[in-house]
Design a protein around this ligand. Sequence first.
Ligand SMILES: [Zn+2]
Length: 242
Amino acid sequence: MSNTIVVDRRSLIAGATVLSVVAALRPLQAQEKPMIDARTALIVVDVQNDFCPGGSLAVGKGDEVVAVINALGKRFASIVLTQDWHPAGHSSFASSHPGKKPFELVQMPYGPQVLWPDHCIQGTRGAEFRADLDLPTAQTIIRKGYRPQIDSYSGFTEADRKTPTGLGGYLRERGVTRAVVVGLATDFCVSWTAQDAAKAGLETLVVEEACRAIDLNGSLAKAWTDMTALGVKRVTAAELAG
Ligand SMILES: [Zn+2]
């Protein structure tokens, strides 16, 4: 009797696998689109002057995400902004490492660290959100990278991979189960934020046209590989229902 049950289970699993493959090959039907609902939060990563053209760490065409994010934001009741927020002389700045140049790699106590031009220094215009970012329903700003010795790409966990920002607990207490991540830059702060969202157990989606990348030594391709491996879904805004 127990053998029969095992065989049946195997058949069921095999059948389910076939069905999921078939489902993956079809275009998404409206009712199958990931929903923007009361349990879905939009996480807008680092849409700040220094990451846009004219800024000290400009992401190519970074300003183009603003209109896309403004339109997307109208569909969300729950929006979180992250804001890179460094003290002057931060350890992630090349200027803090004599003889080093921006985009070189150094070893920090917590692992390898790309060195950046000075950017997003607390209280400066470069650290401000883009003036045309229009998200009146945003309720929370998570500032990150303010500890002098630790960088923070992710909105959830700093670069030492153990210091939480509090965003995970905030979303959990508010009953959020799905995160839609957008912003700058795809291959650093968006990718790390999306990966941490997935690790926190959230269904996580990245809206590709609402992001722009730095793409340093293949970092963009690696970011998508890493995100996909954790189950992060790469979508367009049109593929989100609600
Ligand atoms: Zn930074």
